[in-house]
Write a protein that binds this ligand. Structure first.
Ligand SMILES: Cc1cc2nc3c(=O)[nH]c(=O)nc-3n(C[C@H](O)[C@H](O)[C@H](O)COP(=O)(O)OP(=O)(O)OC[C@H]3O[C@@H](n4cnc5c(N)ncnc54)[C@H](O)[C@@H]3O)c2cc1C
Length: 550
C-alpha cells in the first residue's frame, strides 16, 4: 500500500468463531445417527449423509435465511379486480421445498413402504427443520393427510399418485394436470380450535359424496396447498371433507384467503384466515364422524411437531457448542470453563433425550401395523412426546442463545429464528393442556396403551436405580391420576421422563444415561439448565454432541 494512502483498518477481528457451515448435519449428530441405525433406518445412511451435507452447505443455510427474511405476501385480486387468492413466496422457499419433496420428506413411508421408512423420513424432517422449519409445515400436513384420505378410496385413487410424487409442483392447476400435490388442514375456527365440535361451518349435500361448504377457518397454514382436509357440520354432525383449491373443470374453488397472520415466528410459511363461500368438497369417511377421520391426520402431525422441536433444540445446541469451542474468555475457551461446560452438557442431555425419544416414536409408526404393542405405545407416546419436547424447546433454545452472548441475540446467528419458531409446535396440533387431557383419556379408555408404556419403561429396569425408582412411583400414579385432570401436566411430565430415561439407559453411552438420571430423575438441585451435580462425565457429553465442519 502506498505510504500516503489512509488505512481504514481500525483493528483486527479476533476471537470470533467461524460460521458453522460446510458440515454434515446427519453425520455430525451421533445421537441421531445411532438412533436411526437402532430404529431400523440403517439402509438409508448414505442418502441421509447426502441430505445432511446439502443442508450444511452455506448456500442452503442462506436459503433458510432468505425464506424468512422475505415472508410470503397475499394477492387477493388481480389487476382487473378478479379474486385470485394467491400467495407469493421467495424463490428460496420453493427451492427448499423442491429438494424436500424430492427427498420425500412429505411421503416416504407411503411412497416407498419399507421397514424403517418412518424412521428415515423422521430423520430427514429432523435435519430439514434445523435449517428451515417453515417448509416443514406443508410437508408434515401432506404426510399426515394420507392415512385420513385413505378413508375415501375413490379420492385416494386420484390424489395419491400426485401426493406421493417426488416432484414439487407449485402451480395452481386441477389435480389431473399436476405432477405433484400438497395437502393442508383447516380445522380451527374463530370460536374454538381445541374444541372443534363447536365448528360452525355448514356442509350441504350437492350430489353423491359431494358438498358445498359455507363458513370460515381462522387458521389455515400453507394456504397455497392443492387441497385441504377440513371439518364442517352436516345434518349428522361434524364431518371431514377434502376441499380442492381448483375444481376439476379448471375454475377456482370458492376458497377465499382473507388475510395472512402476522406471526411471532414461522415467518417463511403462510398461515391464513380463509372463508368458504359455498366451496365444493368431497366427504371423507363417515358422515357425522369427522373427528374419527381427521384424528388420523392429527396423530401424524403431532409426531412431526415433536420432531421439529427436537430438531430446533439440536440446532441451537450445535450452534452453542460450536461457539463455545472457538470463543475464549478469561484466558480459556468457553467450552473449558466449568460453569459453561455444565450448561452445555445439560443442554446436550436435553437434546439427546429429545432425539432418542422422537426416533423411538418414529420407530413405533413403522412397527404399528404388525405389532399391536407398538401401536399402543404410539397412541400414548405421541401426545406425551409432543407435549414434553415442544414445551422444553423454548427454554433450551433461550439458554443456548445466551451461550453465544450478544451474538446469539442477533439474527445472523440463527438463534433468534429458532427461538421465535419454538412455541408454535406447542400451540398447534393440540396445545399443551389438550395433549395432557388426551393422555389421560388414553389411560382411562385404552388399557393396552398404559401396558405398552410400562413395558417400554420396564425394558430398561435394572440398569439404574434412579430410573427403577421412577418407574415404581409412576406405576402407582398412572391409573389413579388418570382421573385427576388438574394433575395432568405433572403426570405427563413424569411419563415423558420415564420414556426418555428408559431409551437412554438402554442405548446411550453410560456418561449420558448416568447424567440424565442424575439430572432429571433424582432430586434436582435447581430448575435452570447448568445445575448438573459434580462427578458426571461432562467432557464426554460435550465432545459427543459437538458438530464438526469438514
Ligand atoms: C402459526 C399457526 C398456524 C396454525 N395453522 C393451523 C392450520 O393450518 N390448521 C388448523 O386447523 N389450525 C391451525 N392453527 C390453529 C391451532 O391448531 C390452534 O390455535 C390450537 O389448536 C388452539 O386452538 P385455539 O387457538 O382456538 O385456542 P383454544 O382452543 O381457545 O385454547 C386456548 C388455550 O386453552 C387451553 N385449553 C383448551 N381446552 C382446555 C381444557 N378443556 N382444559 C384446559 N385447557 C384447555 C389450550 O391448551 C390453550 O392453551 C395454527 C395456529 C398457529 C399459531
Amino acid at each position: 500500500m502506498p505510504a500516503c494512502e489512509p488505512s481504514f483498518a481500525t483493528h483486527e477481528v479476533t476471537n470470533q468463531p467461524p460460521p458453522l457451515e460446510s458440515y454434515d448435519l446427519f453425520g455430525s449428530d451421533r445421537a441421531l445417527v445411532e438412533a436411526v441405525l437402532r430404529e431400523g433406518g440403517a439402509g438409508a445412511a448414505e442418502p441421509l449423509h447426502d441430505f445432511g451435507r446439502w443442508l450444511g452447505e452455506a448456500s442452503t443455510i442462506r436459503l433458510g435465511e432468505q425464506a424468512n427474511r422475505h415472508p410470503p405476501a397475499l394477492r387477493t385480486h388481480d389487476r382487473f379486480g378478479h379474486r385470485i387468492d394467491e400467495v407469493d413466496f421467495h424463490p428460496a422457499w420453493h427451492e427448499l421445498l423442491r429438494r424436500a419433496v424430492a427427498e420425500r420428506v412429505h411421503a416416504l413411508p407411503w411412497a416407498a413402504p419399507a421397514s424403517g421408512a418412518h424412521v428415515v423420513r423422521a430423520a430427514k424432517a429432523f435435519l430439514l427443520n434445523q435449517v428451515e422449519s417453515g417448509v416443514c409445515c406443508p410437508l408434515a400436513m401432506t404426510f399426515a393427510a394420507v392415512p385420513a384420505l385413505n378413508d375415501a378410496p375413490g379420492l385416494a385413487e386420484v390424489w395419491s399418485p400426485k401426493i406421493l410424487s417426488d416432484v414439487y409442483d407449485p402451480d395452481l392447476r386441477p389435480v389431473g394436470k399436476k405432477s405433484g400435490a400438497l395437502v393442508g388442514m383447516a380445522m380451527t375456527e374463530k370460536q374454538g380450535g381445541s374444541d372443534v365440535r363447536a365448528n360452525s361451518t355448514r356442509a350441504v349435500r350437492a350430489g353423491p359424496g359431494e358438498y358445498r361448504l359455507t363458513g370460515h377457518k381462522w387458521f389455515c397454514s400453507a394456504p397455497m396447498s392443492d387441497a385441504f382436509l377440513t371439518l364442517a357440520q352436516t345434518d349428522k354432525g361434524l364431518s371431514c371433507f377434502f376441499l380442492p383449491r381448483m375444481l376439476p373443470d379448471g375454475s377456482r374453488n370458492a376458497f377465499r384467503i382473507q388475510r395472512l397472520k402476522d406471526k411471532l415466528g414461522n415467518r417463511s410459511n403462510a398461515s391464513a384466515e380463509v372463508e368458504y363461500a359455498g366451496a365444493f368438497a368431497w366427504l371423507v369417511g363417515e358422515d357425522g364422524h369427522g373427528v374419527r377421520t381427521i384424528i388420523k391426520m392429527v396423530h401424524h402431525t403431532r409426531l412431526d411437531a415433536a420432531i421439529s422441536s427436537a430438531a430446533l433444540i439440536r440446532q441451537a445446541l450445535a450452534q452453542a457448542l460450536h461457539h463455545a469451542a472457538h470463543r475464549t474468555a478469561f484466558g480459556r475457551r468457553l467450552l473449558e470453563q466449568p460453569l459453561m461446560r455444565n450448561v452445555l452438557s445439560d443442554l446436550a442431555l436435553e437434546s439427546e433425550a429429545a432425539t432418542a425419544l422422537v426416533m423411538r416414536l418414529a420407530g413405533t409408526f413403522d412397527r404399528a401395523g404388525a405389532d399391536p404393542a407398538e401401536a399402543a405405545l404410539a397412541r400414548l407416546a405421541t401426545p406425551v412426546a409432543k407435549y414434553w419436547i415442544c414445551r422444553r424447546a423454548p427454554g433450551a433454545i433461550a439458554e443456548a442463545l445466551e451461550c453465544l452472548g450478544g451474538n446469539g441475540y442477533v439474527e445472523e446467528s440463527i438463534l433468534p429464528r429458532l427461538y421465535r419458531e419454538a412455541p408454535v409446535n406447542s400451540v398447534w396440533e393440540g396445545s399443551g393442556n389438550v395433549l395432557c387431557l388426551d393422555v389421560l383419556r388414553a389411560l382411562r379408555r385404552e388399557p393396552a396403551a398404559a401396558d405398552a408404556l410400562l413395558a417400554e419403561a420396564e425394558a430398561a429396569r435394572g440398569a439404574d436405580r434412579r430410573l427403577d425408582a421412577w418407574i415404581d412411583a409412576l406405576k402407582g400414579e398412572l391409573r389413579q391420576t388418570a382421573e385427576r385432570e388438574h394433575e395432568g401436566r405433572a403426570l405427563v411430565e413424569r411419563v415423558a421422563l420415564a420414556l426418555q430415561g428408559a431409551v437412554l439407559v438402554r442405548h446411550a453411552p453410560p456418561a449420558i444415561a448416568d447424567a440424565f438420571c442424575a439430572a432429571r430423575l433424582a432430586d434436582r438441585p435447581g430448575r435452570q439448565f447448568g445445575v448438573l451435580p459434580a462427578g458426571l462425565g461432562l467432557e464426554a457429553i460435550c465432545e459427543r454432541a459437538l458438530p464438526r465442519s469438514s
